[in-house]
Ligand binder design. Structure first.
Ligand SMILES: [Ca+2]
Length: 366
């Protein structure tokens, strides 16, 4: 159950290969220093891939990330919740090539009549103490202040907007007409899960998501390699300029971008960094990796699914259970939130979408 203090219910506070050829007769691909090939499973399912999906082979990989604060463009967050880095084995699965778009979500809603959380009137009993004028359908929208402010208070750039929903991303008056190929946003966890069930799919576990994002590499900083801007090029839709007041959109987009505007990772997945956050099925705890290691006897953790919902805990918002989100969004920047970096973790209240939260699905062979 969520509370509505400071919009915390529907406001998630989380507040965009390099191969070089060795000289010589046997020109083999090599990897940059610190990067290795992941140990991928050899097995492939017979037949082709489901439409819009690619096969992620699974295998054993090192999950988590080092403290990035001492790295160039590493940002201010030590990311303690992404350690210890530990060995994880995941079974192969199919994954959507892109985030679910407005066009796809429209098909689901047309077929089922589904109404998202943001379109429903919040129940007073779910939000004790909430002002009645806030108990109206709506969602939180990024609303940058006019002046520079401290980055310690994320509530300063979010506003609960009555009438905001996936159909009206910035609120009444805005629409998704002409934005069919942009990721659907203002999606609460159950909205994503409902779509996945309808599509015969499911949401990825956090381990599956990270294995897929890494694209068969170990120890890389970004889905595309080691540099934030190789050859000066932006490789994902993130934030440029002074956050949160100056959105320079040097990468081409000031808000969510149409899917697949940037190069795919080696598995053929687009936008696994930036654009919109993506829901994962795990409940969040900052010590989830340590708990997994303990339960595995400190051996390889196999197909982890995260802690029990009843034990979900975010020290920054105690009492509010949260699900994991991954990949960062168009609002992420090295001044504040570098969660487009591989191995980093995000989280959000399950009933909270926002205009920077979407999802993609996966499917198992069985
Ligand atoms: Ca951008």
């Amino acid at each position: 159950m969520s509370s509505f203090h400071s919009f915390s219910g529907r406001l998630q506070v989380v507040v965009c290969v390099m191969f070089s050829l060795l000289p010589g007769l046997c020109a083999e691909p090599s990897l940059p220093p610190g990067v290795a090939a992941a140990l991928e499973n050899m097995w492939r399912p017979p037949g082709g891939n489901p439409p819009g999906m690619v096969w992620i082979p699974g295998g054993v990989f090192q999950m988590g990330t080092n403290d990035p604060t001492n790295e160039i463009c590493g940002g201010p967050d030590t990311m303690d919740d992404a350690r210890p880095i530990h060995a994880v084995r995941v079974t192969g699965f199919w994954m959507d090539v892109t985030e679910v778009t407005n066009a796809k979500y429209s098909q689901f809603v047309a077929a089922t009549g589904y109404m998202t959380v943001a379109e429903r009137k919040p129940r007073a009993e779910d939000y004790p103490g909430a002002s009645p004028d806030l108990l109206v359908p709506g969602s939180v929208v990024f609303s940058p202040p006019a002046f520079l402010i401290s980055l310690s208070n994320a509530l300063a750039w979010w506003r609960y907007v009555p009438g905001a929903s996936w159909r009206h991303p910035e609120g009444p008056g805005s629409s998704i007409v002409g934005r069919e190929n942009i990721p659907v946003v203002h999606i609460a966890y159950e909205d994503a899960e409902a779509y996945a069930r309808w599509a015969g799919k499911r949401l990825p576990t956090e381990a599956e998501w990270e294995f897929a994002a890494r694209g068969g590499k170990e120890g890389q900083r970004y889905t595309w390699g080691q540099e934030l801007q190789p050859d000066g090029k932006w490789m994902a839709n993130i934030w440029q300029g002074r956050f949160p007041t100056e959105n320079k959109a040097a990468d081409g987009f000031s808000h969510a971008a149409p899917v697949a505007c940037y190069p795919a990772n080696p598995y053929g997945l687009f936008d696994m960094a930036g654009n919109v956050w993506e829901w994962c099925s795990d409940w969040y705890r900052p010590d989830a990796y340590e708990l997994d290691l303990k339960s595995s006897g400190r051996k390889v953790v196999v197909d982890p699914h995260g802690p029990a919902g009843s034990s979900s805990f975010d020290p920054k918002e105690p009492g509010q259970p949260k699900r994991v989100q991954r990949g960062g969004s168009f609002l992420c920047t090295d001044q504040y939130c570098t969660r487009y970096m591989l191995g980093s973790r995000g989280k959000g209240a399950p009933d909270t979408g926002g205009n920077h939260v979407g999802f993609r699905c996966v499917a198992s062979t069985h």
